[in-house]
Design a protein around this ligand. Structure first.
Ligand SMILES: [Zn+2]
Length: 102
């Protein structure tokens, strides 16, 4: 086992399969359509058309996150791409580091 694997421990394949299947169902749900209907990105809080928003898992499935109403938020494509596999806490940490560098 390398150092890298202890830093990034992916969730089991079966967990990811199950949660991704749930996410597909969730996208069809009235609850999710309501979220998209608000037209707000959870991260940058800007307004978007519903079809410009994607489902974002606050704790990524690959990190053991689940597909439920607490963990799924509408996100614009830009925020979703920026975030990648990082959690919000890690992004906040990076921001802190950046300011320390100055
Ligand atoms: Zn956004």
């Amino acid at each position: 086992m390398s150092d890298y694997s202890s830093y990034f421990t992916p969730a089991s394949e079966s967990h990811q399969k199950i949660e991704k299947a749930k996410a597909r169902e969730m996208r069809q749900s009235n609850w999710w359509k309501q979220q998209l209907g608000k037209g707000l990105c959870y991260h940058c809080e800007k307004r978007f058309k519903p079809d410009e928003l994607t489902m974002d898992h606050l704790i990524p499935i690959a990190r053991g996150g689940k597909t439920d109403k607490k963990n799924c938020v509408p996100s614009c494509k830009e925020c979703n791409t920026k975030k990648g596999y990082k959690t919000r806490a890690e992004l906040a940490m990076e921001d802190l580091k950046k300011t320390d560098d100055k």
